[in-house]
Design a binder for this molecule. Sequence first.
Ligand code: HEC
Length: 258
Amino acid sequence: MKKRVITTIIALSFNSHLLASNDAEAIFDAKCSACHLKQKPIDKSKVVAPAAMGVMRHLKQEFPDRDKAIAFIKDYVLAPSKDKAICMPQKIKRFGLMPSQKGNITKEELEKVAGWMFDNFPNKTGTKSGAGCKANMSKKPNIKKPFLIKNKNLPHFVGLIQKNWDNPEFALDEKQKKLLSIIKKDTLQGVKKLSLEIKPLEKKIAMMSVQKEPLEKMIPLVEKVASLKANATKMHLLCIKKTQEVLTDKQLKFLTNR
Ligand code: HEC
């Protein structure tokens, strides 16, 4: 009994300290982190909820708008439900529904925490790791090859050239290196950008299918994915074309014959 009184006192003083300090991260640490880890957990067997970065990655796909995301979090934390949850259904199956935090957190605190979560997750180092909403979250997304046409006769020059950059047999001169660096940068940036659009769309389609959404709703998204992938292939072809202009026939042969 005595022990409980002491912990209550500690908890109460901790809470008032939080209110005074305005520190959103401290609020998160005190009220959310018992379940939501900030980083990838070392011991996955002890995880009881999706990590903050996983939660936010999904949430931002659904609500890229900061205000809407914050509104969602504020509502969900006080009144979670299966219907509202957005990284359904794997997550709830795995962890169970989040218990309402009503009474544990004030609206003001929640506002701060929600904004802080939006601004800090997923962080750069955490985007590829972490126990996300889904059990298979840790799988690295394949952002490198979002192409419509994957044919072995269409070489990926950027990678091939990178491997042979200083190979005397390949013999790039300085001018070629300069031009190839520009082609590489343009291509990688362009393809990555498309890839970042394609991935969430693919996920969304899969999710809609699980949730038995009507086909008419999914098909336009499929067409969107197809056209983004076509754009990636156009970029790929352009990269090949430009590289062909920079390299000699002998160098091209060297690359494509290996
Ligand atoms: C007792 C454990 C627990 C605590 C404490 C907790 N959560 Fe959760 N939370 C969960 C679980 C489990 C899930 C996954 C199931 C679900 O979405 O309901 C979840 C899911 C979420 C989601 C995702 C909802 C969705 O649609 O997918 C958000 C956002 C969230 N929590 C925010 C918070 C915030 C902010 C706090 C602190 C104020 C917090 N949680 C405290 C257990 C907890």
